[in-house]
Each structure stands twice: as C-alpha cells, then as structure tokens.
Ligand binder design. Sequence first.
Ligand code: KE4
Length: 436
Amino acid sequence: MGEQSKQPGCCKRSELAYERAFRVIPGGVNSPVRAFREVQLCPVFIRSARGSRIWDIDGSEYIDYVGSWGPMILGHAHPAVVSAVQQAAALGTSYGAPTEGEVELAQRICSAYPSIQKVRLVSSGTEAAMTAARLARAYTGKDILIKMIGCYHGHCDSMLVKAGSGVAELSTASSAGVPADLAAKTVTVAYNDIHTLTLAFKKHQGQIAGVLIEPVAANMGVVLPQPGYLQQIRQLCSEQNAVLVFDEVITGFRVAFGGAQQLYGIQPDLTCLGKIVGGGLPCAAVGGRQDIMDMLAPLGPVYQAGTLSGNPLAVAAANPSLNLLQDPACYQKLEQSAAALAEGLADAARKAAIPVTINRVGSIMTCFFTDRPVQNFDDVKACNMPRFKAFFAAMLQQGIYLAPSAFEAMFVSLAHTTEDIEKTVSAAYNAFRKIL
Ligand code: KE4
C-alpha cells in the first residue's frame, strides 16, 4: 500500500480542491453523499483507481469498498472494459441513433432476467425508477404509488417523500420543491412490515398503481427481506392489480447475475437496473412485462426519452462487463471474499468488545453499530451513529475507503484479494479498539 493518508479523510490537496470546488459547485460535489457531511470530514478527491484500489490527489492509496456506489464489481479499470471503451471512443462518442451494441445489451438483460421481456436503456437509476412509476400509473390508470421507508429510488419527485403522520397515510415531501399534492400520491410504509402494506392497500382500495421496492434494501445500510416478505408483496400486487417494481439498481447483477429476483425466486412486473449494468458508465435500464413496456413511446402513450440513452461508450463498457459476469465462478468468488470479510469484521468487533450487527447478501454488506437485529429504517436510526463516524475516520486513516454514510453498503469486488480482506479486518480491529 502506498503512503497512507496523513490525516483522517483529508489531505492537503483535497482541502484546496474542495475549497475551489465549493466556489463553483453546490456543496462542492455533484452528488450530496460525496461531501462527507455525515462523517464531518473533508472529502477525499480521487485521482485514479485500479482493481480494488483508489488513489487520492496526494497519492495516498486506499482499499476501496465504495466501488463508485456499486458499479465496480469487476474492480476499477478492468482491462477488458478499458479497451472496449477506448475502441468505441475512437468511433465517436454519441450518435443519437440506434446501434447494434444497444441491441446486444438489451438481449443480455432479457436473457439474464426472465421477467424482462422488453427493456429500455436510460442514463441513470433515477430515470429508470421514474419511468417505472409512470408506466405503473399509465398501465393501471391509478395514481398512488407505495414505497418503503428507507428505500431510495433516485431523486424523481414522486420518490422524494417521507411517511405521512399516521400509519399508511399519504406522504409529505422529503425535499423542497416537491409539490405537496404530488407527494400525497405516494404512500410510504416500513420495510418488512407486510401488515401495514396490506393496510395501505385497504385504505387506498382501488387506487394503488404500483409498489416500488429494493428487494434487498441497500440505502439504509443493507437490510434483508424477512422470509416470505417479497412473496407476500408479489401476491398483494397481483390481487390488487398493482404493478410490482423491483428496484435492482444495486442488487441487479450484484447479489446474483439475475439479481435479487433470481435469488428469491420472485417475478416482478417491472425491474430497474443501474450501476453494474453500465459497467461504470452512465447506463441504466427499465424493463419488464411486454404489455407494460409496449406502452412506451414511440409504440404507446407513455412518453420517455433521452439524448444519451444507450450511449455507445456506456454500452461498450456494459457488454464486456456482463459477458465476464455471466461466469458463475464470479459469484462464487464474490461470496467467498465477502463472507471472509463479514466473518473477519464480526470477529474483530467481538475481540474489541464492540457490539455490531452485520447484514450481508452476497457481496454487499453493512456493519451496524448495535447489538440488535436491523430489519427496517427505525432499527438503523437506533444504531450508534457517533461510533460509525469514528470508525469511518479510523478506517480511512488506515487506508480503507468506506462509504461516508451509515446508510450505505460496503461493496466487495472480484478484484479484492485475500490480502485486501486481511488488511481490512486488521484495520477494523484497530478502529474498533479506538472507538471504544
Ligand atoms: P442514480 O440516479 O444515482 O444512477 O440511481 C438512483 C438509485 C436508484 N435506486 C437505487 C436502489 C439506488 O441505490 C440508487 C442510487 N444509489 C446511490 C447510493 N446508494 C447513488 C450514490 C449517489 O447518490 O451519489
């Protein structure tokens, strides 16, 4: 490992860069979580990355468990991806016209996800979720959407909501700029609470257009669906003529090649994909039942469009990435590495007498600072956040780059080695002892 970062989460050049950034970019970042606000540190500016490592602009090296928030399952700068993108760039970066590469990617997605009969490529997970919500409303002719508290589906207005005052009440906006009467067309209920979801369907009988859910939640930290939960939602949506949307922007090609729907054996009506599906470039997708997807323009009445949708460079990164990932050995290796990491972290915490709960599915996990199970957003909020903050800083100081938020996941890639895992576990033991 190169020279370690001199101080937690910040190095001189990052501080100077952040000052410059702050003057021209709101909050100095192009996505809020990158500002390190929750951990109250100066964000680290990155110069380069390769495999499991990233380097900041002072040359400090880190073992990376953010992986650009999920896309980098192969590791950074994978040779097959880099050369494909370089070759594509030489042929032009965007045409605004159909290409064979997009068809190849669409065929790969449809063959990996039996529930996806047709798919539309877009440029972000937000666009995918926004389009899925619009399709659900158009297909059912109903207006109300249901989402789970703690799940994140991007920043389209209908998803920026928080639970209403009473149980299964209509939501209020969670962001300025979202009209109250639009927020009120989304109901939010607790994750893993099938009783309240059932109540919401009863309370808003005949008005529910669709349910959007992360089949494994990863935006409140990793929270697993309780046994039978997803099956019950599937049954409710079928009975109530509501569209079931699996937001697999994180879990797609992550927890299994066929995503959480393969892992849990559930067929949603629509699926949102992102992150890995773009090989680290801006490409996402919304797909599902043909009778719903064919409502999209130019075939049907639901308008959706995008200048850079199916961009040739993004598609050039995506196709070789999915080609590599279709080897089952990939997921066996990811499982081995992630299980070793989770066991090592649990063992280190036990030795340091720090209570933690580690939730893991495949190569995503979260170490919660609590001695209790974590099964919904209230459980997450009850965790010891000051301990998380101190742990984050202590890990960063030892060259381990974690998500700067307690509401995110750790992402293990195929590039993480046994030595990386061992170094991480050893650093975690030191960090646990420091935060006692
Ligand atoms: P994007 O619009 O950021 O591509 O995707 C939105 C989105 C949709 N659905 C799920 C399940 C997601 O996790 C996301 C985005 N994830 C966050 C991190 N948890 C992206 C990081 C960021 O906001 O900078």
